[in-house]
Design a protein around this ligand. Structure first.
Ligand code: AN7
Length: 408
């Protein structure tokens, strides 16, 4: 379908859907798409959604693009029970939304299928993004699919190897900056203009339109209800805002009568949004040199901070920051106890859930969804560092059996 219009999230200024906008022309803040819901009731949508496969494009009536989509069959990711967290909160059910099972291994694919389809609608042939890794891997794949040229800006040395390999192998031109993700992001609009490239960072509101479908899926997977809590790792803040937009649209459609409370989790060394919320301030203070093992969310000056802060506050939610040690421990527990291998940034939501469960936040009967944003194979280095080297063993039955029975 076609977007009705674009709107500034801050001052409410309205713009035509035909404009290519990343910032409000009036106040400089973020832009969102207002989907035309005229004539779209839940009664109308329900039978249509039901007859399509459980994938992102099932929800096409709420996706503001036209024509044949650029798709790798994304979405439809599992919602898996996380049982070990129950030990810390009686009668509370915890789930992981396993977004690492998207085509390139992260939730970014939801945004890119819609964002690159939008680029195609506009007749664009060159796309660009700044990235801590997953965005570049995803954009590179969707650009290949669409036959577009792709340029990605990444922090030199700051991107996990799996993600770099994906971007390179999908044929993107990779530019490694002697700087942080924030340096890349700070230059993206001017660079894009100079190169006549279409920007597919999450300041592009069409990205978040794709990402909001994860909220629709969670609602379906919980038997057409929203969770009591939705916990999400926060970097630029786009994804948390996208979930909120998705849940709000379900509410407006009358598909559900309540909204979840949102919890945004940042890493200790890169927590400008969590800090502002914890201090009850209206503005963030950017972090100059963000540090965390979770390279995906090593972001000091998040582009969508206003959208995310508003979403968390409107939902009567909260924010917290967790040290790297808690992130790595949560990553390890999730893998050992549940068989789910996610990347460190993704484990931030589990670390947040663990902390809040121990603090007694959740009430009996509640359902808590933790968004696990990216696959563990993206960043094996972060994991392998915590294991000693494995000494080689003679390839004989005796030696192998002895090694298997020895100290682990
Ligand atoms: C695994 O790839 O910003 O709060 O450039 O890869 O919407 O930014 C990645 C972000 C969480 C944070 N988990 O999401 C990038 C990039 C994973 C991520 C986030 C990212 P946002």
């Amino acid at each position: 379908m076609q977007a009705a219009r674009l709107e500034c999230v801050q001052c409410g200024a309205s713009f035509s859907a035909q404009e290519e906008l990343y910032e409000c022309e009036e106040c400089g803040d973020g832009i969102r798409v207002i989907v035309d819901m005229q004539g779209l009731s839940y009664e109308y949508l329900r039978p249509r959604w039901r007859e399509r496969p459980f994938r992102l494009w099932r929800y096409r009536e709420l996706l503001p693009v036209t024509g044949e989509e650029v798709s790798l069959d994304e979405g439809g990711t599992p919602l898996v029970q996380v049982r070990f967290l129950r030990d810390f909160a009686e009668d509370v059910r915890f789930f992981a939304k396993n977004e690492g099972l998207n085509p390139t291994g992260s939730f970014k694919d939801r945004g890119m299928t819609v964002g690159v389809t939008r680029a195609k609608n506009l007749g664009r042939t060159r796309v660009i993004c700044a990235s801590t890794g997953n965005t570049s891997a995803s954009l590179a794949a969707y650009a290949s699919r669409a036959g577009m040229e792709c340029i990605v800006l990444v922090p030199s040395g700051g991107i996990a190897k799996g993600k770099l390999a994906q971007a390179l192998f999908n044929g993107a031109r990779v530019i490694a900056l002697d700087g942080t993700f924030d340096d890349a992001m700070g230059n993206i609009l001017e660079v894009a203009e100079a190169l006549d490239a279409y920007v597919l960072n999450s300041i592009n509101p069409y990205r978040l339109e794709g990402q909001k479908t994860a909220a629709f899926e969670v609602w379906e997977q919980l038997g057409h209800d929203v969770p009591d809590w939705l916990i999400c790792p926060v970097g630029n803040g786009g994804n948390m805002a996208a979930y909120w937009k998705g849940f709000e649209e379900l509410f407006r459609l009358g598909a559900v009568g309540r909204l979840p409370r949102l919890v945004g989790v940042q890493a200790d060394g890169a927590s400008p949004i969590a800090d502002a919320i914890l201090r009850e301030e209206d503005e963030i203070v950017p972090v100059d040199d963000p540090k965390t093992v979770a390279s995906a969310i090593r972001i000091g000056n998040p582009a969508n901070w206003r959208k995310t802060m508003r979403a968390i506050r409107e939902s009567d939610g909260l924010a917290l920051k967790v040290p790297d040690a808690e992130i790595l421990r949560a990553q390890s527990l999730l893998a050992r106890e549940e068989g789910l291998f996610v990347e460190p940034a993704s484990a931030a939501s589990i670390a947040g859930a663990l902390r809040l469960a121990k603090e007694g936040l959740f009430r009996p009967g509640e359902r808590v969804v933790c968004v696990c944003t990216g696959h563990g194979l993206k960043d094996p280095d972060a994991v392998l560092e915590s294991f000693p080297d494995i000494p080689p063993v003679e390839p004989t039955v005796e030696a192998i059996v002895a090694a298997a029975q020895g100290e682990p």
